[in-house]
Structures are given as C-alpha cells and as structure tokens.
Design a protein. Structure first.
Length: 462
C-alpha cells in the first residue's frame, strides 16, 4: 500500500510537471501574442497622431511642400517622442513616403533604414540595432497620394513574459516538490500506522490470539484496526469455545467408554455372573446408545456448519408430521413423569424438508425433557399461515437468565451453565437446531422467565 502511495505520488508529480510545462508554454505564447497586439495597437495610435499632424501637408505634396513639411515636422517629432515615452518604447520613428521620395519625420533614423522593405503590418520582427536586440513592428497609413510609415522597437516586452513564466514555472516546481514530500510523508505515516496492524496479524498467525492492533485517531486505519481487534477477539472467543467443546466432548466420550471398558474387563475376568448379565447388558446398551448419539451429533454438527448437506423440500402436512414427532416422545415423557402436549390449528400442507423439520422439533423436545422436572409440562405448538411455519416448544423448567439468552445456541453452553435434571444427550441439540433453521433461511429465538420456564420459537417461510 505504501509503495502504491509513493508510486502514485511520483506519477502525479510527473503529470503535474508535464502539465505545468505545457501550461507555461501556452502562457508564454499567450503573453507574446498579447504583447505583440499591444505593440501593434500603440503603433496604430501613434500613426493616427502623426497622421493628424500631417493631414494637410501629405495629401497634396505640390509647390511649397517641403517648406510646409518643415513647419509641421517639429510637431510630428514631438508626437513621436511623447509616444515613445508614454509607451515605454526604445525607438519610435516615422517617415512620410511620397510618390517621388521619402521624408524622415523623427529626429533619428536608426531603425527605419534597416527594416526589411517587405515587412508587413501587424508583424513583429526581432532585429539588431547597434548591438541591441529589438522587437520591432511597422504600421502604414495612407495619406492621399502619400503614405506615413511608423516603426516602433523596444528591448523589453510590453508584458513581463519572462518574469511571469519564471514565476509560473517556480510555482509548478514548488507544487511538484510539495506533492512528492507530502506523498512520501503520507506513505511513511501509513506504513508506521500499519506496522502495528501487521505485527498483530503476524502474532495471530503464529498462534497468539491475544494480540491486538493499536488504535490511534478516528481515521480509516483506526476503523480497520478496530475491526481487526473485533475479529481477533471473536477468533479468540471461538478458539476458547472450540477448546471447551473438545474438552467437554472428550469428557462425555470418556464416561461411556470407561463404563464399557470396565464391564468388558469384568466380563473378561469372569467377575460378572449370570444373575448380573441382564443388568450389565442394559448398562452397556445405554452407554453405547449415549456414545452413538454423541458421535452422531458431533458429525451432524460438523456437516451443518460446513453446509455439507442439502435440503429436500416436499409437500408436507406440517401439523400432522409434527404430531407424529411428538408421539414418538410420549412414552419417554411418561416414564419421566412429564406431560407432553401438542397444539395445532388443523392441517396445512407446505413445501418444506420434513426430515430437517423433524430434527429441529426432536432436538427442542429433547432439550425441554432434560430440564423439565417431574410433574412438569412440555408443550409443542405449531401454526401455519400462508406458507409461514411457526413452531413453539414450551417447558416448565428452571428458565434461563436474560444475560444468557444470546448464547443458549452456542455449543454446550446451556449444559455447562445450567446443569440438566437428566444428563442424557450430547448437549449439542440447540446448536444443531440453530444451524438447521439457518439452513432453511428461518429464525429461532428463546423467550424465558427464570423460575417459570422457557419457550423456543422457530419461524420458517416455506
């Protein structure tokens, strides 16, 4: 990123320099054109003044012409000198050209004799006069049968072209230097700001999930640092939950395995008689079922989180289907002394995956049975309205604290936070419910009052 900033700054500086040079050239040409136009304008104005002084003499150069010309030549000379001073010119010369000869009107004739005879009006010419470089132009005015020729020359332009060009070029160069300095400074500042973020990233990559990026100011980099720190905190929390999950699963696996191994060793040593065989078989069967359920739930959860499964929606009578799911738990609920109720408003067929709906409902019922005490009630209620399926599983268990409702669907959280009345099950049921409902593009939430029970609400639009 810093390299791109530096390269971008240099490219912008070069582009600005090129544009500046083009601009300076354009301004030079513009100023030169304006200077020449001003020179032409002053030549024309001077010629008009001289033309006025010679109006009567030059129109009829007959007898007594030269005498008349001498009388007005001094006036013409004063006009030319005044034009030279006012215009800031070095040379202002004039000549009256008659059909027979030419008469100089100015006191000196340094420029006029060396001008090319074919020099056109409104044409500026650089010419050397006694070692001095002059910018010269001529202007011709017809005066009857005669012609007045005005020549103006000056060493300095009417507009300070060179000074303005230098100032403009200096401004361009200063601007380019400032851009380069700013760009390099910005790149260095960004690199220093990103150094902390890079260091924190490297530490996390090396396994130190406690690393955090420094947060300075309120700019975009600070925003990225805050987002990075939030990500790192979530990653650390997730890693901690994964660790706790593995430890819990390991403990839950160890318990049935220890029981099975103990009885296997007892059988191998002949310590179990025929009278205890039925009891041992029942224990082994229970522990095997528990182990199988735990492994199946872990594998199912892994597939759900990796989205390695597909939904197979089909027309399903949701109330009738869920009634069948509830009926499979009635015997078990009776053994536990828990009343299991089902409430439904008629029948409704929607296009939904019945197997996934079965898993959602079963896991919620199992969770409710684990926490509902004897003589308690678990109620399953469903409602379908224009393809919108609503499933509520309500229990009369101990309830959930308000501060824990956002985490009840985390792996093993409820099992570790609230010790179940009946410890059977993997403790992953609610997490599986959340993943299944998410896959069906639905929502699931919990509403609970401590001491009065909880209700889990699932809403899916088929």
């Amino acid at each position: 990123m810093t390299r791109r900033i530096a390269i971008g700054t240099i490219v912008i500086a070069i582009a600005m320099l090129i544009v500046g040079l083009i601009g300076v050239g354009y301004v030079n040409r513009l100023l030169q054109t304006q200077a020449q136009d001003e020179l032409f304008r002053q030549a024309e104005a001077t010629g008009r003044l001289v033309e006025g002084a010679l109006a009567d003499v030059g129109r009829n150069p007959g007898a007594g012409f030269e005498g008349q010309l001498r009388e007005v030549r001094s006036e013409a000379a004063r006009v030319l000198e005044r034009a030279r001073i006012v215009g800031g010119h070095d040379v202002v010369e004039a000549m009256l050209v008659t059909p027979t000869r030419s008469y100089p009107l100015s006191l000196g004739q340094d420029l006029m004799p060396i001008l090319p005879p074919d020099l056109e009006e409104r044409q500026a010419l650089s010419i050397d006069v006694d070692g001095t470089e002059l910018l010269a132009t001529v202007q011709r005015f017809p005066l009857g049968a005669s012609e007045i020729v005005i020549a103006i020359g000056r060493t300095a332009p009417l507009l300070p072209i060179r000074g303005m060009s230098r100032a403009l070029m200096l401004a361009v160069v200063v601007g380019v230097v400032m851009i380069v300095i700013f760009g390099i400074g910005l790149a260095r500042w960004v690199r220093e700001r990103l150094a902390g973020l890079e260091a924190a990233s490297n530490r996390i990559a090396e396994g130190d999930l406690s690393a955090r990026a420094p947060v300075e100011g309120d700019d975009a980099i600070a925003t990225v640092s805050v987002a990075f720190n939030d990500m790192a905190a979530n990653l650390q929390a997730t890693h901690q939950r994964e660790r706790e999950f593995l430890m819990s699963v390991g403990h839950d696996l160890r318990t049935p395995l220890t029981t099975i191994r103990g009885y296997a060793e007892a059988l191998d040593e002949g310590m179990i008689g025929s009278d205890d065989a039925e009891r041992v078989a029942a224990v082994l069967h229970t522990q095997t079922d528990r182990l199988t359920r735990l492994v199946e739930d872990v594998m199912l959860l892994a597939r759900l989180e990796a989205r390695e499964f597909t939904l197979r929606p089909e027309p399903t009578d949701v109330p009738a289907h869920l009634r069948g799911v509830v009926d499979t738990f009635r015997v078990r609920a009776g053994e536990l002394g828990v009343t299991l109720e089902f409430i439904s408003a008629g029948s409704a067929i929607v296009n939904i995956d019945p197997d996934r709906l079965d898993q959602v409902c079963s896991n919620l019922i199992e969770n409710a049975l684990r926490y509902t005490p004897e003589h308690g009630t678990v109620t399953v209620e469903t409602d379908v309205d224009h393809g919108h399926v609503r499933l509520i599983v309500r229990d009369t268990g101990p309830g959930i604290e308000p501060s824990d409702t956002d985490r009840v669907f985390d792996r093993l959280y409820v099992q570790q936070r609230y010790h179940p009345i009946r410890p059977e099950g993997s403790g992953l049921g609610l997490t599986i419910v959340r993943e299944l409902v998410d896959a069906m593009h639905g929502t699931v939430r919990v509403e609970s009052t401590p001491g009065e029970g909880s209700q889990f609400i699932v809403e899916v639009t088929a």
